[in-house]
Write a protein that binds this ligand. Structure first.
Ligand code: ARG
Length: 285
């Protein structure tokens, strides 16, 4: 008689690394113009709720032991709470942003001043790019989106400024207008294991899908419902994955992969077209 032995699937043990984040309090946050399909200026923003949700996010990071620096909000810049868009910083290098829409252009200067005051050298860009909205940093490579905001010229410029190869990925669905709403970095590859990502294939061109499947054969592909709940706009420290509470399917998949989902409520910020990652810039190692 043959005995069938089933090997239980054991998820890898994931380890967290302490991170350095930059956040901008939402005192100016509002939806007064529309530059992405999520923004409807006739929808009221609950400022008090926004403040509480943002504070809870900051508290989650602090509770996980991460360092958070605060960028001072500037009056008249309601999207500045989305701090991830203001620059991309890797090791001692920073590539500044140049926003696609005039409504946000002044934010770039606030980021430059802040980062320079913190002792960083900032490369001022010649090409349109929205910082970590479209540049996602891994140990060996930077993944970069184009199609809606950031240009491929900026990808080449970032490659030189940051000294790390940049892989261009075309975005094709306006609901996923930034790379960081279509793809999230679960593990940047600085630990023992390989880099790991989660993504929503339908947001990418066929060529970009092929590139991602070749680079990350075992990547977590998420369902549309989770992607539309901004599930991929998460922030991971390699183990704890802070994500919108509505992305329940993704949270379950993350758990199976050995990650610890940390759900947060950021419903007010979805009205601006952003969530966890958009509110969180990282100064990458
Ligand atoms: N209202 C902002 C915009 O459309 C939202 C930015 C979201 N940030 C992000 N990293 N995806 O520019």
């Amino acid at each position: 008689m043959t005995q069938i032995l089933t090997t239980p699937l054991v998820a890898p043990v994931r380890s967290a690394r302490t991170r350095h984040y930059v956040m901008c309090p939402p005192t100016e946050f509002d939806v007064v113009y529309s530059i992405n399909p999520w923004m409807d200026p006739s929808t009221a923003v609950d400022r008090e709720l926004a403040r509480a949700q943002w504070q809870a996010l900051q508290d989650v990071y602090a509770g996980l032991g991460h360092r958070i620096d605060l960028l001072e909000p500037v009056a008249g810049l309601p999207d500045m709470v989305f701090a991830a868009n203001g620059a991309v910083s890797v090791a001692d290098r920073t590539y500044g942003a140049a926003f696609a829409f005039p409504q946000r252009q002044a934010e770039a200067h606030a980021h430059v001043d802040f980062l320079r005051a913190a002792g960083r050298e900032v490369h001022r860009p010649a090409h349109t790019n929205e910082g970590e909205g479209d540049f996602l940093v891994l140990r060996d490579v930077v993944l970069a989106g184009h199609g809606f905001r950031t240009t491929t010229d900026a990808h080449r410029e970032a490659e030189a400024a940051l000294g790390r190869p940049v892989v261009s990925l075309e975005l094709v669905d306006p609901r996923f207008y930034h790379l960081d709403v279509a793809l999230g970095v679960l593990d940047d590859g600085h630990g023992d294991g390989p880099a790991d990502i989660a993504w929503f294939p339908a947001a990418f061109s066929p060529a970009a899908r092929r590139t991602l499947r070749r680079m990350f054969p075992g990547a977590l592909e998420c369902f549309e419902a989770d992607a539309l709940a901004f599930g991929l706009n998460f922030v991971s420290d390699g183990r704890n994955v802070v994500l919108p509470a509505e992305a329940t399917g993704l949270a379950a998949s993350l758990r199976e992969r050995g990650y610890e989902p940390v759900p947060v409520e950021l419903s007010e910020f979805v009205k601006g077209g952003g969530s966890v990652k958009c509110c969180t810039a990282e100064l990458h190692r």
